[in-house]
Structure formats: C-alpha cells, structure tokens
Design a protein. Sequence first.
Length: 172
Amino acid sequence: MDEARSVLNKIKKEKPDTMAAKRSLSYVEDRLSFEGMLRDKFIEQGGIIKRRVPYYMVVEECVWLSSWFEDSAYIKIDVNEFDLRTVSFTYGDSHPTFSPRVNDGKEYRKKLYFYDDIIKLIDKYGLPQDWNADGKYGPERYIEAQIWSDETVLRYIKDCNFTKSHVIGHRS
C-alpha cells in the first residue's frame, strides 16, 4: 500500500498533466476494495481465480485509454486463447461500475459478467468506446476484462519483450 501511494504521489509531482495524476488520494484504497468485490463476485459466480489481482484489459481498442500514457501500446489477444472460466467482464471500468458514488440505475451497475453474458450486453448496447468516446453519456468508455490467470497474458508479454514486472500493477 505504501509503495502504491508513493508511486501515485511521484506521478502527481513529476507528471501532473497525466490521467493518473488526477486520481484522488483514496484511489489505491478504492481500487483494492473494488478488486475485492470483483474477486468475491467472480468466485461466487463460479469463476476460477489463479491470481490474487487480475490483469486489466479492454474489449477492442480504446483510443481514450491510449491517451493516458506517453508511450502507449497495446496487444491484441483473441478471446479464444483464454480459459474463459478465468475471465470476468464489466460493462465499463470496474471502478465506477462498483462505486457507491455512481447510482444511475443502469442495469450493468454492480454486476460482473462471463463472456457469453457480456456479448449479449454488447449486442444490446454496443461498445462504449463507440457511443461514448468523449464520456458525455456517463463513465462507460470501454468494456473491461479482468484476467484472473497468468498463462495467456504472460505468453503475449514474453512475445512483446515485456517482463512480468512491467505489467504487474499496471492497468493498461
């Protein structure tokens, strides 16, 4: 926790114009709380947890997320490469999805989805990055995937010449 706060404070001082610098001081605690909710819900729904903290990914490219980072890059992984019993989804970022501060009555608030169910929601509403690229219609800007295992992600990271230490803890 102290290390995470230290990193956030360093970002706020050294790169005050970045998205991460605009996060509240309670961000780290909030993130851990929401991750706990995600983990508990996923287990309750029959998901398989192989790592304590998920890798965060998004469904399809999101230009807005790319703007958060100086040297943005992304990897594209076909969903069929994952054991889908280890992947959960939120319609929008999990932070506002589970935040008690977001109470707009949308059907996907406080909910976690498996692949087949998120596909139904995408069929119903579309991808948020298509209908809400500027955030004008709410906090949904992309569909978040929480990857609760290492196997597929680490294989791609290795292929991209990243190391595990570059990825753990990053939300990209």
